[in-house]
Write a protein that binds this ligand. Structure first.
Ligand code: FEO
Length: 400
């Protein structure tokens, strides 16, 4: 359903209720591809949608204006979930000029045949007047791709923030204060989105936040999920914390197991870490999914990873989880490795090696147990868990 953000500024995107896999991201609450139509003396469409849903987008635009009245199609980001529909939209809107920055133009031309498009290149800080309103463009490199940019309408205190502040969340309400969805769910999905899409680019996020602090907002309209108008302060404060992976007093124990030996070690670590004021979470890489794991890891002060040895290496699901987390690079973490083995300690040793590559501070030598952990080995795990909890509390105090 078309939703008004302001008089003659409307949401015309697509709610994808059923998507569950977004290039590997487990979107268990679906997603939206938000596009917006600004009608003034000139008319601008802000972004498009994933290619298969372009017909829905065009229907919504046509319900508001005729397609030959669209003067501009702003492309804030060339990734196909937003720009995939451009070829079809450009064809359908014969008078429209695609507005993007130079990097975006190049990326678009690598995905689509842009040779017949009318394209207007805009620079950082550039403006286009629509009449009563102005579009102001701000480059936001690496939030999420090199060509990403924001579009701001100062007269409306309205920011189109592209992927930033987004959530993979399908809802019937379009705003953060609609009754259909609780703030807790929105913030949780915003955190999961940040952790899986932008965590690697924390420094760039901080730069963008600094620049955006100079703008006055009453509405932030991202490209995914609900539009922020009531809880803008909450989401900006959360982004400042997430950008530096600010630790909470949280211990995350992540493991895989063959015959329950490493699982028993993991539970002993959890028991040891379970002290007042510390949130301890046990995560099985085979029972869970990496999307949730990334979200859990971003604010955990300390992490313990455990794998037994299988075929002279770590378990494959643990290798997968570590590879994913290594790419996202959660910053400032501490922890240790553990695991059982039969005749070679390669499993836990390789886990520790990847933790070092991730620049996780290694707090102690890895804990290993041959075949099954003895009472003594479980006691060692318990004590290591207790030390992890103490470290988590200390880190929170240091970064408060
Ligand atoms: Fe939602 Fe980076 O695209």
């Amino acid at each position: 359903m078309i939703t008004a953000l302001r008089e003659n500024i409307d949401w015309v995107g697509y709610v994808d209720w059923t998507v569950r896999d977004f290039h590997g991201y487990n979107t268990n609450r679906g997603s939206t591809y938000n596009a917006y139509l600004v009608r003034d003396e000139k008319t601008a469409l802000i972004d498009t949608v994933k290619a298969p849903y372009t017909g829905d987008l065009l229907e919504r635009v046509q319900a508001l204006t005729s397609l030959d009245k669209v003067d501009y199609i702003v492309c804030n980001h060339a990734e196909p979930d937003h720009a995939g529909g451009l070829t079809q939209v450009v064809k359908a809107c014969p008078n429209a000029v695609v507005v993007c920055n130079q990097k975006c133009r190049k990326t678009l031309s690598q995905y689509q045949d842009t040779s017949a498009w009318k394209i207007q290149i805009v620079r950082d800080g550039g403006e286009i007047s629509l009449g009563r309103r102005t579009l102001v463009f701000m480059d936001t490199p690496m939030v999420h791709w090199p060509e990403s940019m924001f579009t701001y309408i100062p007269e409306e205190k309205l920011l189109f923030s592209m992927d930033a502040f987004g959530q993979h969340l399908a809802t019937s309400g379009r705003f953060d204060d609609d009754e259909e969805v609780s703030l807790e769910v929105v913030m949780n999905e915003a955190k999961t989105y940040y952790a899986n899409i932008v965590m690697l680019y924390g420094k760039q996020v901080l730069r963008v936040l600094e620049r955006a602090a100079g703008l006055a907002f009453e509405t932030i309209a991202p490209s995914h999920g609900v539009i922020w108008r009531k809880h803008i302060g909450d989401i900006i404060a959360a982004y400042k914390d997430w950008a530096v992976c600010k630790p909470k007093a949280k211990v995350l124990v992540i493991y895989d197991t063959m015959w329950q030996s490493t699982a028993a070690m993991a539970r002993a670590i959890v028991d040891g870490a379970s002290v007042p004021g510390v949130d301890v979470r046990l995560y099985s890489v085979r029972a869970g999914n990496i999307t949730v794991l990334a979200s859990e890891a971003i604010d955990a002060a300390v992490l313990a990873f455990g794998s037994p040895t299988l075929n002279m290496t770590m378990m494959p699901e643990m290798a997968s989880a570590l590879t994913y987390l290594k790419g996202l690079r959660p910053a400032g973490k501490s922890g240790f490795a553990f695991g059982s083995y039969g005749w070679a300690k390669n499993g836990p040793a390789e886990v520790e090696s990847v933790m070092k590559e991730m620049q996780i501070e290694i707090l102690r030598e890895m804990i290993t147990a041959q075949y099954a952990p003895t009472a003594e080995a479980l006691k060692e795990c318990f004590e290591a868990g207790r030390a992890l909890a103490a470290k988590a509390l200390e880190m929170v105090k240091r970064t408060a």
